[in-house]
Design a protein around this ligand. Structure first.
Ligand code: GLU
Length: 309
């Protein structure tokens, strides 16, 4: 199978040091496997996107020598494809319309004596499930996946090793199409990875917790499951994960080689040269050594690695 990798930034701001790590790792992995590397601009959550940020990210990547092998895909142009997947799930009873607001959910959970915090998300109590009577005359707002009660997803991450999640118990019926009309990340990412023939997802570890939901959706939509590799995160001086939400600063690309060196260091890659293209070539060789040898330079943070078959 021809390797296809991708970097899928959300244009909610320019790249920061943490996102460059994921971009570099996915690019290196594609190069090492003689594959194609794609960039998908995930501008699906329109209210959170910043006008022009997608173009800025593409220009930042190019300055670091990371140029996609195909024209980037923009999720905001793919509503019809997501609608088609949603319609299939609805038609087969695997998704249902939900009328609940956040306060409806909180009240239902309190009435049932259930704790309702899961990070900032709630495990939906199933009020609008078809077997509970559905919308009962209320107007549908969002559309949820009807997570099978026994949905236990077991998967293996190339760096983190074996993973498991009981999706019904730990996540519940999650949203596929939001009440504000936006497509949910989980649905868009699964549909696009399959449409683009992505064989390998290499992305930041903060997204690892979404993987079980995505594998479940792939199975329900009869789509292939790619391999997954979640890369280490970058923390600021206060030990907080770098992210746009925590105010991570835009990458300083006045010297792209410095940005690459910093990103490489997080991946355990150090190259001497100060020319961007030469640095990337050397980094490919390092990444190759890393994944082809059992005790590579990533060993310091890897708990378990699996070579690609
Ligand atoms: N768009 C997501 C983000 O920027 C990444 C999605 C993915 O790699 O699956 O956090």
């Amino acid at each position: 199978m021809t390797y296809v990798g991708r970097f899928a930034p959300s244009p909610t701001g320019p790249l920061h040091a943490g996102s460059l790590v994921a971009a570099l790792a996915s690019w290196l992995d594609a190069r090492v496997h003689g594959g194609r590397w794609l960039v998908r601009v995930e501008d699906v959550d329109v209210p959170r996107c910043i006008a022009g940020a997608g173009e800025v990210i593409l220009a930042q990547l190019a300055r670091c020598g990371l140029v996609p092998d195909e024209t980037p895909l923009w999720q905001s142009r793919r509503g019809a494809v997501y609608q088609d997947a949603l319609s299939r799930l609805l038609a087969s009873g695997l998704a249902y319309r939900c009328a609940c607001t956040r306060s409806d959910i909180a009240q239902a959970m309190e009435a049932a004596g259930l704790a309702h915090e899961r990070h900032d998300e709630w495990v939906y109590p199933g009020t609008c499930r078809p077997e509970r009577g559905g919308l009962q005359g209320r107007a549908g707002r969002s559309t949820r996946l009807r997570v099978p009660d026994d949905a236990q997803i077991v998967w293996s991450d190339r760096r983190l090793g074996p993973q498991a999640q009981g999706v019904a118990r730990e996540v519940g019926d999650f949203v596929l199409h939001r009440a504000d009309g936006q497509w949910a990340y989980q649905l868009a990412v699964v549909v696009d990875d399959a449409d683009q023939g992505v064989t390998d997802v290499v992305r930041g570890e903060d997204l690892a917790g979404n993987t079980a939901r995505q594998i479940l959706l792939q199975r329900l939509l009869a789509l292939p499951t790619p391999r997954y590799l979640h890369t280490p995160l970058v923390f600021d001086a206060h030990g907080e994960k770098l992210s746009k939400q925590t105010g991570a600063r835009e990458l300083d690309l006045s010297r792209p080689i410095e940005a690459l060196r910093n990103a490489g260091a997080v991946l355990g890659i150090a190259c001497a040269t100060s020319d961007v293209d030469a640095w990337l070539s050397e980094a490919i060789a390092r990444w190759c050594q890393e994944w082809l040898s059992a005790s590579g330079i990533m060993g310091s943070f890897a708990t378990q690695k699996e070579p690609l078959s």
